[in-house]
Design a protein around this ligand. Structure first.
Ligand code: ADP
Ligand code: MG
Length: 247
């Protein structure tokens, strides 16, 4: 599991994460909601060791991400998809997907390529293996980004607003893929997900739990049905205000 314990993160005088605790157990799909600037991306970046902590502790399957050696091991367990499709523009779609499994995991090229082609087929991009990112739409690029993350066979998939740079049609394409991934959880075959999104209705459908970040504090952590219950999350004025702005 991913365990975030009392994490504090400051940028200068600004405390961006103020004692955040959160666990994501195997098989869960946990969505982080919160207004822009509440610290969601910073939290994801802390989990994959891209930020140093000013307090608290984060472990991934017991590996402390603040320790460089343990971080290197932890990074093999999780993969992240970001808002902006950071594909390598000078490499084909196929190479973008196979690069890290080959170089980091040292898996044989033919095996990795076969997996990459199967992943591309599963997201409806079977004919795009030899294209370059610049030849794809935003939605297609983001689907490649998801394939690239999945090619690492991650135990944990971290997704930070992967649709917020996309138009509604492309957003729907990408959410459909993520919905399928999340649904596989119920057979125990899927990837555990920690998901930052503004797509509240989608989060409601696919999440096992929803947490709410407000100015760096995690003020709600509830099973999805309780988050949306009148006597649960909706009893909090801050949550009602957030959801009414989203609607
Ligand atoms: P969210 O993803 O919820 O919109 P972020 O985690 O991106 O929020 O940002 C939380 C706060 O931290 C914001 O006020 C943002 O300006 C600030 N912040 C994020 N990254 C940095 C940074 N590298 N340096 C200074 N401030 C930062
Ligand atoms: Mg963000």
């Amino acid at each position: 599991m991913i365990a975030v314990e009392g994490v504090i993160k400051r940028f200068g005088a600004h405390t961006v994460l103020d004692g955040v605790s959160l666990t994501v157990a195997l098989g869960e799909v946990v969505t982080i909601l919160g207004s822009s600037g509440s610290g969601k991306s910073t939290l994801i970046r802390c989990v994959n060791g891209l930020e140093t902590l000013d307090g608290g502790r984060i472990t991934v399957d017991g590996l402390d991400v603040s320790d460089p050696r343990q971080l290197a091991q932890a990074r093999r367990l999780s993969a992240t998809v970001f808002q902006l499709f950071n594909l390598y523009p000078h490499m084909t779609v196929l190479r973008n997907i196979t690069l890290a499994p080959e170089l980091v995991l040292r898996r044989p090229r033919d095996e990795v390529e076969a997996q990459a082609r199967a992943l591309l087929a599963s997201v409806g991009l079977v004919g795009k293996a030899d294209s370059y990112p610049g030849q794809l739409s935003g939605g297609q690029r983001q689907r490649v980004g998801i394939c690239r993350a999945l090619a690492m066979n991650p135990r944990y998939l971290l997704l930070d607003e992967v649709t917020s740079a996309l138009d509604p049609e492309m957003t729907a394409e990408v959410l459909a893929i993520l919905g399928k991934l999340a649904a596989r959880q119920s057979d125990g075959a899927g990837t555990t997900m920690l998901f930052v999104t503004h797509e509240v209705e989608f989060a409601r459908r696919i999440s096992t739990r929803i947490v709410f970040l407000d100015q760096g504090r995690l003020i709600i952590d509830l099973p999805t049905d309780q988050f949306f219950a009148a006597d649960g999350g909706l009893a909090h004025p801050r949550i009602r205000q957030f959801l009414s702005k989203m609607a």
